[in-house]
Design a protein around this ligand. Sequence first.
Ligand SMILES: O=C1O[C@H](COP(=O)(O)O)[C@@H](O)[C@H](O)[C@H]1O
Length: 321
Amino acid sequence: MGSSILASFLTPPLCSPRLLSETSSLNPSSLFCAKKTLLSSSSFSSISLTLTTKSNFKSKSSSSSMAAVDKSKPDLQIFDTEEQLSVSLAKYTAELSDKFTKERVAFTVVLSGGSLIKSLRKLVESPYLDSIQWAKWHVFWVDERVVPKDHDDSNYKLAYDGFLSKVPIPPGQVYAINDALSAEGAADDYETCLKQLVKTKVVDLLPGSGFPKFDLMLLGMGPDGHVASLFPGHPLVNENQRWVTFIKDSPKPPPERITFTFPVINSSANIAMVVVGANKSGVVGKALGSDTSCDVLPVEMVSPADGATTWFLDKEAASKL
Ligand SMILES: O=C1O[C@H](COP(=O)(O)O)[C@@H](O)[C@H](O)[C@H]1O
């Protein structure tokens, strides 16, 4: 683990051998059309609109109640502005931090790169800067580009500059990839580290699945519907053995990346899908609207087995719902 943890000078742990787990219940392929049927019936746990103009959302009913959350159905929150979205995202994250830090020794948070990081900016302000138990946070990446940590393409650098450098999370609890390794090596190394953290009970395991269960994943989505570094039409979307894998032909530069697999993403306790901007409205419309086709985009494969999904959309991203 030591080689993978930024600013940590610990010796690498003895890591457990990789286990081949029973994964059929989490095979994303089996979720494809079942999920489409669910969403096509407009079954959301709750839909919350904080809009001054609601005319674009005539097909959805509005509810501000978050009380009875059905984990099997996504919660949809739509905001007039990205500013309002970021305020709500900070509150949501802080509430989960509070819940998990009371229940567990750690709060395990997985970040994506991209536009998500900017939307976390309210977390580093009052009241959260002082009220969140940052000392219990353990931070991971759902995907990372295989570049040096100080490279402009690094998801670590993006998160460090925009978020992590502003909050007192112990550096040894920030799990950056080992950027000295190849893509294959970095994926192996990261998976080994996760297994060690499961052994030490920092990271939970989803009972019966053999995959790690993170407390919260904060995910973005590309305009093509990719999540993490799982791209439309790429065979990696069907990986169901590995926890962490690698890609060397990413359609979005840079080409070499590591990524969590769908069984890991879908073992999460909570997933926030944070999507902003008109250029993503088509995919949001397909993923959350009444499209029943079986050509499923990666974002449509986000479907936690025993977790809750909350979509944070601005009104531009939601304009085709
Ligand atoms: O390449 C990536 O893209 C996605 C989406 O980025 P966005 O800027 O369109 O929000 C991101 O979630 C992922 O972590 C990143 O590596």
